[in-house]
Design a protein around this ligand. Structure first.
Ligand SMILES: *Cc1c(COP(=O)(O)O)cnc(C)c1O
Length: 396
């Protein structure tokens, strides 16, 4: 190893470990369902994004197994050579139906979808108005495009309007985009899409909504754009197939000409192998389940409301979430980490999230209830929350 690399790694790893910031990963020994096993111990899992329990759904597992028997395990090539199987075409038709758009394109992950789609339409002559709390993959996608990035204060529509007006009046930019998460995953709040659309119309902005935490959750399962009835007003309805949909992948749904462009200009579509057939078939079946029934969606919200009411009654600060995402805001960073560690020892897996992921002094343990949790599991979790909360003096 180069001496320079060796000292770079050793110095930086030591610094992280000294500060207690080196993240030790504990593997889950088995499926990532409502109960997980870590180091041989069963824990109530309140940390996965598997909102509808589809990651371990029996019907989807069967579809994936049968698809492997027919198609094998890999797509064999990138989409533009001969990695586009008939299964990918069916998936994209189903995505367009699900989102209520003319067309859709799928990618290998939500992260790489943002890297792909933003830079396919924006360049150094353009500007992007980006919510200050947008996801890392949006930030990286914007950087890759080389457009001017103009952050606006989180969900602050006055700030967005002022910055949009200034960007237009500067005459510096050919195209201007506004980009936002649909649901913000740290607090569970929903983007103010009706106001964003209004501002976008006034200043001719391109609109891009990353609904990673909205699809399957808001809008009766159809997502945040549908929640507000804005299917005809948002240019890019982006989402992931790895959270509520339970498998892996990302997508953009929108107008036919935009999807046509992404198929010739978004680099991960051209230069990275297509999603595997079993995953594609399982995703298509999952979308069909959501189109046919809101049963899982309804169960998710019932469980979310139940957990929220229970934590609130115990006296915890659960913030202002508008979705099943349930933060338990502790405040001080060390106490937050200690709280999460004690929950784990008692049988609840709920990760602490502290600065710099969230603002200093707003450390929290974030709970992600799912449709797969039973009321008994949530009751058990609440008993543990009460015990640890009292022990650490967070509640009385
Ligand atoms: C999780 C997430 C992504 C990335 O999706 P993956 O499919 O996991 O790569 C993108 N955007 C947001 C807002 C997310 O929460």
């Amino acid at each position: 190893m180069s001496k320079a690399l060796h000292s770079f790694l050793e110095e930086n790893l030591k610094e992280l470990r000294d500060q207690g910031l080196y993240n030790e990963i504990e593997p889950v020994e088995g499926p990532n369902g409502p109960i997980i096993k870590i180091k041989g111990k069963n824990l109530i899992n309140l940390s996965a994004n598997n909102y509808l329990g589809l990651a371990t759904n029996a019907q989807l597992k069967e579809v994936a197994k049968q698809t492997i028997d027919v198609y094998g395990v890999g797509a064999g090539a990138v989409r533009t050579i001969n990695g586009t199987l008939d299964l990918h075409v069916k998936l994209e038709e189903k995505l367009a139906e699900f989102k209520g758009t003319e067309a859709a394109i799928s990618y290998q992950s939500g992260f790489n979808c943002n890297m792909a789609a933003i830079s396919a339409v924006m360049d150094k002559n353009d500007a992007i108005l980006s919510d200050a709390l947008n996801h890392a993959s949006i930030i990286d996608g914007c950087r890759l495009s080389k457009a001017k990035i103009i952050a606006f204060n989180h969900s602050d529509m006055t700030d967005l309007r002022n910055k949009a007006q200034a960007a237009v009046e500067s005459g510096l930019y050919k195209k201007i985009m506004v980009i936002t998460d649909g649901v913000f995953s740290m607090d569970g709040d929903i983007a103010k899409l009706p106001e964003i659309v209004e501002i976008a119309k006034e200043f001719d902005l391109i609109t891009y909504v990353d609904d990673a935490h909205g699809s399957g959750v808001t809008g009766k399962g159809m997502g945040t754009v549908k929640h507000f009835g804005l299917q005809n007003d948002i240019d890019f309805q982006m989402g992931t197939l790895s959270k509520a949909i339970g498998v892996v992948g990302g997508y953009v749904a929108g107008k036919q000409n935009m999807i046509d462009w992404l198929k010739v200009r978004s680099r991960p579509f051209l230069f990275s192998t297509a999603l595997p057939p079993a995953d594609v078939a399982a995703i298509t079946a999952a979308l069909q389940m959501l189109i046919d029934s809101t049963e899982l969606h309804d169960q998710l919200w019932e469980n979310g409301d139940y957990l929220k009411a229970g934590l609130k009654k115990l006296g915890f600060n659960i913030g202002n979430s508008e979705t099943p995402i349930t933060p338990c805001i502790i405040g001080e960073e060390k106490l937050t980490q200690q709280f999460s560690r004690r929950l784990l020892e008692e049988g609840v897996y709920a990760k602490s999230i502290v600065f710099p992921t969230v603002q200093k002094g707003t450390g929290r343990v974030r709970n992600m209830p799912s449709a797969a949790h039973t009321q008994a599991m949530l009751d058990d979790a609440l008993v543990i929350y009460e015990k640890v909360g009292k022990e650490l003096g967070i509640i009385n």
